[in-house]
Each structure stands twice: as C-alpha cells, then as structure tokens.
Design a protein around this ligand. Structure first.
Ligand code: HEM
Length: 359
C-alpha cells in the first residue's frame, strides 16, 4: 500500500513539483513570543470567511431576490430542514468575521506590522475591511424584513446628503428613489457576485504578501538580539495551533447559532411608519451615533456633511499611517501613531456603546 501511495506521489510530484511546495512549507517559520496570540486573528478572519462562503452557497439554493425575498427567507427559516441553522450560522459568522477583522487590524497596528516592507499588507487589509463592511451592509437588506428595510433606507440617506453627487449615487445604489425589490436585486448581485470576486483577488494578494515578508515582529521583540528570538515551523506546528483555534471558533459559532437563532421579524412595509429604535449593525453604530450628534448640533444637512468629511479625513489618515511611522526606532512619530491608534480604538468603543445607550 505504502509503495503504491509513494508511486502516486512520485508521479504527481514529477508533474506538479509537490516536493518544492512541501520544502517551502517546512522552511516557513512563525515568530514565537509573548504577543504571538495576535497572529491567530488574520487566520480567524479567513476561517469565518470560509464559513460565509459555504453557508452562503447553501442559502443561495433557496433564496429568491426580488418581490419574493422575504417569503424565500421565511421558507428557509421555517420549512427547510436545518435551514434556520444555516441562516443563523451565516448571520452569526458575518458578525464574528467583522469582529475578527477589527481585532486583526488593531493588533497589526499596535505590533507596527504596517512598517516597511509591509505597507501593501496594511493597504490591502484596509480595502478588505471595507469590502467586509459592504458585505455586511448588502447582506442585511436581503431578507427584506422591517428592520433591514428601514436601516438600509436610513443608511442610504447618509451618502445621499453629500452635495452634488450624493443624491445620484444613492439613486444608483437603490435603483430609484425608494428602497424596494430593485434595490434587493442590486444588493444581491453585489453580495454574491461582485464582492466575493473582489474579495478573492484582494485576499490572494494579502496572503501572498504575508508569504513573501513573513510575520512582523513587534518592536519589543525586534529590540532583542537575533539569537534570543524564537520561531516555530509553520508546517506542521503553527498550522496545528491555527486549526485548534479554528475549532474553538467553530464551537463558539455553533453555540451562538443554535442557542440564539437569528430572528426573521416582520416583512418590510413601506407604508408603515418606521418602528422605534431603528439602527444599523453594530459595526456601523459608531458612525451612526457621530452623525446623530453632529446632526443635533448643526442645522439641516450641515451636520451630515461635516460627519462624512470627518470620516473621510480619518480614513485617509489611517491609510497614511505606514508612510508617516517609518522608522524602526521608537521615536516621536512612533509614539504619536500609537496614541492615534489608542484614541481611535477608544473613540470607536465609546461611540458604539453610546449609540446603543440612547436608542
Ligand atoms: C477579511 C479580512 C482579512 C483577512 C482574511 C486577513 C488575513 C490575514 C492573514 C491570514 C494574515 C497572516 C497571519 C497574521 O499575521 O494574522 C494577515 C496578515 C496581515 N494582515 Fe490581514 N487579513 C484581513 C484584513 C486585514 C486588515 C483590515 C488589515 C489592516 C488594515 C490587515 C493587515 C495585515 C497585515 C499588515 C498583516 C501582516 C502581519 C504580520 O506581518 O505579522 N489585514 N492577514
């Protein structure tokens, strides 16, 4: 049996160069130190994405965009065998994925892994984060229930307040002046075709960069002499640990999806008044609250325009971090950027909690 397997391997190796691949996998190492825990979060984001792709394809078998959107999700939830579990897993994993991506972003930020030569890792990661958020926003509308309908309506009114181009952009995204089944059709195309394609290309680039440059060392490790630094082989040591973390994540996901099944609510009705406490998903809550406060301070659309300006400035600054904090020394710029990150993180948490507190 062993010689048979060996001869198949030899045959495939001669044609595919498997030996080079396994040599490469054995050569790759991952640093091991007090902050290694944070290296798992990129892989966790990837794990949740794989869950999304798998459960999303299953949902696609029965979901029908357009006027029957709500009815098809009702059937998935109440009539299909285990449909509720697949839908619940998809919704929970979406939220856990956004959470994992945020943790990953802040951990690479505080480990200063955006510094040369990893700038493109930072930039491609940021675009991935944006794609993930649009995934969430577009997916939220697909069941066309009351909450999703009004949250999307309110959400799209924000870019619509941008002078000159805003109303046109909102109209293009909605497919008209109102959120309706045309909007669902557009969001569906975005959610299952455009975003997965863009995401796959970006992710390929992001992971290729990690392969090329290896994992960054946090400044505290970099300060140590080379002979005091420890590494473990990626294959099989780190991969096994990665898989163990994925197993824990799968268990958490299974418990959440089964014990707290995702609700469906009432079908959207444009003629009904918006229910009390309409709010976006938690990862948009911070921006939602800032816009609400600015809107209360400034009259008319001025508050919203100021908010949009503020978000764009913050985003540009966040993008430019690798070009500002370039030195390996822990100089003034490095400290300033660490403070910027701390302020950003605390502001995000506080405004999110604040948003929920005043709903
Ligand atoms: C869907 C989103 C994402 C996925 C699936 C993903 C996946 C990964 C994986 C598997 C790694 C290697 C393991 C690790 O260091 O954690 C990694 C590294 C990295 N990621 Fe991401 N990532 C995502 C989003 C982001 C975001 C939002 C940022 C920052 C804006 C980012 C920046 C980086 C950087 C700079 C590295 C290199 C870290 C190092 O060298 O230690 N990634 N990513």
């Amino acid at each position: 049996m062993k010689t048979f397997i060996n001869s198949i391997y030899g045959w495939a190796d001669a044609r595919l160069g498997l030996e080079e691949l396994s040599h490469f996998a054995r050569k790759k190492t991952v640093p091991e130190h007090a902050h290694s825990f944070w290296y798992y979060w990129g892989g966790l984001s990837l794990f949740f994405f794989l869950v999304q792709a798998f459960t999303g394809i299953l949902l696609l078998l029965y979901y029908r965009p357009g006027p029957e959107a709500f009815e098809s999700v009702r059937q998935i939830t109440y009539e299909m065998h285990f449909g509720w579990l697949i839908r619940s897993t998809h919704s929970w994993a979406a939220n856990l994925m956004v959470f994992a991506v945020f943790v990953h972003m802040f951990s690479v930020f505080f480990m200063k892994a955006y510094r040369s030569p990893r700038e493109f890792g930072w930039w491609s990661g940021l675009v991935l984060l944006m794609v993930v958020m649009v995934f969430g926003f577009s997916g939220y509308l697909l069941p066309m229930n009351e909450l999703a309908y009004f949250a999307t309506k309110v959400g799209l009114e924000i870019p619509a307040s941008t002078p000159i181009i805003g109303p046109k952009i909102a109209e293009l995204v909605r497919g008209g002046l109102e959120v309706n089944e045309v909007t669902v059709q557009r969001f569906f195309a975005l959610h299952v075709v455009v975003l997965p394609a863009v995401f796959a290309v970006l992710l390929g680039f992001h992971l290729w960069l990690v392969q090329k440059h290896g994992n960054a060392l946090p400044p505290s490790e970099e300060a140590k002499p080379a002979q005091e630094r420890k590494t473990v082989p990626f294959f099989p040591n780190f991969l096994m640990k990665d898989l163990a973390v994925w197993l824990v994540a799968l268990n958490i996901l299974a418990v959440l999806a089964a014990v707290f099944p995702w609700e469906l609510g009432q079908p959207a009705d444009a003629l009904k008044p918006a229910p009390q406490g309409i709010h976006p998903e938690w990862y948009f809550m911070s921006q939602f609250q800032v816009l609400k406060v600015l809107g209360d301070w400034m009259p008319g659309a001025v508050g919203e325009i100021a908010g949009i300006l503020l978000f764009n400035v913050c985003l540009v600054l966040w993008f430019l971090v690798p070009l500002y904090d370039t030195s390996r020394e822990s100089g003034r710029r490095a400290r300033r950027v660490t403070w910027l990150g701390l302020v950003a993180l605390i502001a995000l948490i506080i405004t999110t909690i604040w948003g929920y507190a005043v709903l």
